[in-house]
Structure formats: C-alpha cells, structure tokens
Design a protein around this ligand. Structure first.
Ligand SMILES: C[S@@+](CC[C@H](N)C(=O)[O-])C[C@H]1O[C@@H](n2cnc3c(N)ncnc32)[C@H](O)[C@@H]1O
Length: 270
C-alpha cells in the first residue's frame, strides 16, 4: 500500500499542505538552495528533473539561481502542478516546465544531467526501487541530489518541553501517513546500494540563528497549523496554543536556538 503522499489528495488537504511547503521553501530553503546550486553548477548540469515538485516554489528558487539549466518539475498531484504552473506564469521563464506524472520504474526513459528530490523520497513506499529508477534516468556522470527530513536529529541548544512535544507529534503523524521522517539517515546507503559513487551527505539546520527568528517562527507555525488541521487527534489544540505562545517569545527562542533538520545527499552515476 502507498503512503498518503503517493495517493490522491483532496482539494482541502492540498490547500493546507501548500501553505506548509511554501513556508518550508522560505525557511529551510535558505540553507538548502546554496548547496544544491553549488552541486548543479559544479556538475555543469543543463537538464534537471525535480521529482515531487509540489507547488513549485523550491524548483523556481533553484531555476532563478541556476539560469543556464532547463528544469522539469513533475508531481502526480494535479492540483500541485496547476499551482506550480500559475507561479511560473507570473515569471514567464522559458527554462522551466511543470507536468503531472507519477515517478516509478515505468516513467519515460529520458536521461538527465541531474535529478532532484526534496521531501519526496521520505513518502515513497519503496525507496530502493525509486532510487534505482532515478539512477537509470541519469546520464553518465549525472548527479542525484536528495533533500530529506532527519527528524531524529531535530533538537535544541537547551532542552525544551514544548519543542519535544512538537517533535513527538510530528513523528506520530509521519507514522500515520506511512512516511519515513528519518530517511535522511539512510540516504548514503540507499545511493550506494544502487551504484552511485562519490556520495556525500550533510546535515543542515533551520533555526533562529541560521534563517532568522521570523522565518523560523513562520515555518514552525505553518507546520503546526497543518498538523492540527489534518490530524487533531495527534496534534491537539493545547499543543497548538502552547506553541503559539512559545514562538512569540523571541528572546527565549534565540537563546535556545531550536532547529528543524534536513539531510542533503548527492551521488554520481559512474
Ligand atoms: C512533501 S511534498 C514536497 C514538495 C516539494 N518537493 C517541496 O520541497 O516543496 C512531496 C511531493 O511529492 C509528490 N510525490 C510523492 N511521490 C511521488 C511520485 N512517486 N511521483 C511524483 N510525485 C510524487 C507528492 O504529490 C508531493 O507533492
């Protein structure tokens, strides 16, 4: 059986998730995009496929930074692709396209210089087959870049009970929707086992000290609202209220510097 993110979402689910994704691009994206940009430029990548592009904000950020490349974003969720196309129209860039498609071993066999996934592999019911299908669609010396959650490493400079409750609730939600919020730990192995070489994995932190207090506040608030709206039995009203108060205390947040964590892996097809 597939995960929730591999299945068809309702318009309400999509609208709620979209807000969370935009907040993630504006916060976590700040620490992730420079690394991906560097990898795409060093690899002289001209064609890039982004699998599970969602509403497109992250891909558009990449396209703005890597102007010499052509980007194709695919997502099986038609509503997300419609949003991405609307975003693109506001810019009228010619090097970006979005299309509705489900990625698996049956996906068309064109080959790319780079393939990107961001918070997509973690929702995949068979990550090994997915990464193998990615490998087969890369040119020789092509690179795979995968940005995924690393919830177990999400922590705080100083212990904080509210942050711990937030983390525990998100963990329960990942389990409910059939996703692996700790897939960041196994990215290196996943890439090695299908034949990638020159593998690197690094961890980035999104905290008041790295992205600024306001952006950190926005993303945590957006994720909390999303969790509460979709799973009130796993993320209760008390936690939502406590978190709101907690996020309002800027001095405490800057002192404790709590962080969300993601892993960025890359590997080259020999
Ligand atoms: C958490 S969202 C991440 C969206 C975007 N990459 C970002 O970073 O904001 C995961 C997306 O992957 C899509 N997705 C999951 N499995 C997929 C598959 N096998 N093929 C295409 N899209 C997929 C979902 O529809 C969802 O939009």
């Amino acid at each position: 059986m597939g995960s929730v993110m591999e299945s068809k979402l309702t318009a309400r689910q999509h609208a709620l998730i979209k807000k969370g994704l935009v907040a993630q691009t504006e916060s976590l994206g700040m620490v992730e995009t420079p690394i991906v940009e560097d990898l795409l430029k060093k690899g002289k990548c001209r064609t890039v496929l982004d699998i599970g592009c969602g509403e497109g904000s992250f891909l558009l950020q990449m396209a703005q930074r890597v102007k010499g490349a052509r980007f194709l974003g695919i997502d099986h969720n038609e509503l997300a692709v419609d949003d991405a196309i609307r975003r693109l129209r506001r810019r009228s860039w010619r090097n970006v396209k979005f299309r509705t498609a489900f990625f698996d071993s049956g996906f068309e066999r064109l080959q790319y210089d780079a393939i990107l996934t961001r918070y997509t592999l973690q929702h995949c019911s068979n990550p090994q087959d997915f990464v193998r299908a990615v490998f087969d669609r890369l040119k020789k010396k092509g690179i795979f870049v995968s940005i995924e959650s690393l919830d177990a490493y999400t922590d705080c400079h100083e212990h904080d009970p509210v942050w711990e409750r937030f983390r525990a609730s998100l963990g329960a939600i990942h389990k409910r929707i059939g996703s692996n919020g700790d897939i960041g730990k196994s990215l290196g192995l996943l890439l090695r086992d299908v034949g990638f070489r020159d593998i690197q994995v690094r961890v980035v932190l999104c905290s008041p000290s790295t992205v600024g207090w306001r952006k950190y506040q926005n993303v945590v608030q957006a994720l909390a609202k999303l969790a509460f709206d979709l799973f009130p039995d796993l993320f209760d009203r008390t936690l939502l209220d406590d978190l709101k108060e907690w996020l309002g205390d800027r001095a405490q947040l800057e002192k404790k510097d709590p962080y969300l964590c993601s892993a960025i892996a890359n590997g080259t097809r020999p």
